[in-house]
Write a protein that binds this ligand. Sequence first.
Ligand code: IPE
Ligand code: IPE
Ligand code: MG
Length: 247
Amino acid sequence: MKATSKITELEHVAIIMDGNGRWAKSRRLPRVAGHRAGVKTLRNLIEHSVKIKLNTITVYAFSRENWQRPQSEVDLLMNLFISALHSEVKDLHKNNVKLNFIGDRSTFSGQLQDSINESELLTSSNNGLCLNIAANYSGRWDIVQAYHSIAKDIESNSMSIEDVDETVISNKLSLAVHKDPDLFIRTGGEQRISNYLLWETAYTELYFTETLWPDFDAKQFDIAIDWFSKRQRRFGKTSEQIERTQN
Ligand code: IPE
Ligand code: IPE
Ligand code: MG
């Protein structure tokens, strides 16, 4: 199969935007300078995703484990989220981007929760790129909240235990309405999932790059997409079976 036809199979990209701190450190700058540079990178990649007509992009902005960082860094990150939302949301809206936050937003400040809710509301009828932002998210948390919701349905007799299958669980997760990610990208050199989309990445192609997030640009995104286009996704079948369906 030609690489170009494979690109059409790429609907959903999930990204762990890692390496902001090291980028700043290598420049003798405070860590927050790396996070600020990271926001610019994200803005550029969203523009690029709109241009290449990607369907969905899901980025990891803040994990539930990131609360354990020094309070000063957490505070600066929260302020950065608020200011980035204020400065970017109009352009996102103009670009027909639909914003959706996943994760437990109830622990954020009232001001941040308001910004999140307003940005989702403003862009809710857009039908271009869907941008999911994982904030105070973790994959295990998501599975637990899905379990609680299913347990409540069973308790209220609106579902029986026998009804619970993979589709029911998928539909209770934060990304329920989205296709599972086709491509996962982690910048910053670490080769781990860090409690990201644990259920949804069952058959996702995993791409790791040493490039630190602030240095990851459209050209490097295209390299990752090109790498994806050369993968043969088998979903448990044999190569021969896959090749037969492509001819
Ligand atoms: C990712 O960059 C951003 C967040 C986790 C919020 P890091 O801050 O983890 O950067 P490194 O890994 O320390 O370089
Ligand atoms: C993952 O990066 C979370 C985000 C990018 C938001 P971390 O830097 O927190 O991951 P670990 O701790 O190195 O696994
Ligand atoms: Mg990191």
